[in-house]
Design a protein around this ligand. Structure first.
Ligand code: PRP
Length: 205
């Protein structure tokens, strides 16, 4: 089951046949919807089914990275029909810019993952710096296995040699927000993935 590719102009209509537009409150900031809510729900359900098949009978520990996974994780685990443990690691790139900067750990893992099957969950795999660092930290704790699940993958931006085992959607290098993803801590509550208008992040440049 390959990840869904999202086309550049997003000419598709939503499942209902109606082309949904950006809600009024965000129209001055979000240019267009890249991935509609219904597409997200379908895809996350399919991802959960695949993960459940792969991890049946295993000792699964989901380790989610804060804060961007909030929506993806909530939807994913409600469809995961297998026993699992859940814990969080807080990690954030310093500042509010558009590129990954210095990394700060804001919450340590509390569960013992030794001998268990860890599935790292993140909202987006971009340069790969975050997952490379977190992956190295977790490997020292000697899990039985470790795989990566991300909602979005921006392959073209990769700097580190990191790849995900489960991917929701492959996307081009757009500045995306919504469904947990932020810019300066805003937009996380959008139920869709939208492309941010340039004036919001370019600071008038
Ligand atoms: C974002 C995102 C990933 C990471 C991906 O986190 O949630 O964890 O960047 O980028 P990378 O592959 O280039 O490392 P951010 O630091 O913005 O924190 P957040 O989850 O709180 O939004």
């Amino acid at each position: 089951m390959g990840a869904r590719k999202v086309d550049a102009l997003n000419k598709r209509t939503s499942k209902s046949g109606l082309r949904k537009t950006v809600p009024r409150a965000w129209r001055g900031e979000v240019d267009h919807i890249l991935i509609h809510e219904e597409e997200i729900q379908d895809r996350v359900r399919a991802l959960a089914a695949k993960i459940a098949r792969d991890y049946r009978g295993r000792d699964l520990v989901l380790v989610a990275l804060l804060n961007g996974t909030v929506m993806f994780l909530a939807d994913l685990i409600r469809h995961l029909q297998i026993p699992l443990r859940l814990d969080f690691i807080g990690v954030s790139s310093y500042g509010t810019g558009t590129t990954s900067g210095e990394m700060v750990f804001t919450k340590e893992l509390r569960l013992d993952v030794k001998g268990r099957d860890v599935l790292l969950v993140d909202d987006i795999l971009d340069t790969g710096r975050t997952l490379k660092r977190v992956g190295a930290t977790l490997r020292k704790l000697k899990p039985r296995s470790m795989k990566i699940c991300v909602f979005l993958n921006k392959e073209s931006r990769r700097v580190e040699d990191v790849s995900a085992d489960y991917v929701g959607f492959e996307i081009e290098d757009y500045f995306v927000v919504g469904y947990g993803l932020d810019f300066a801590e805003r937009y996380r509550n959008l139920p869709f993935v939208g492309v941010l208008q340039k004036h919001v992040y370019s600071n008038g440049k």
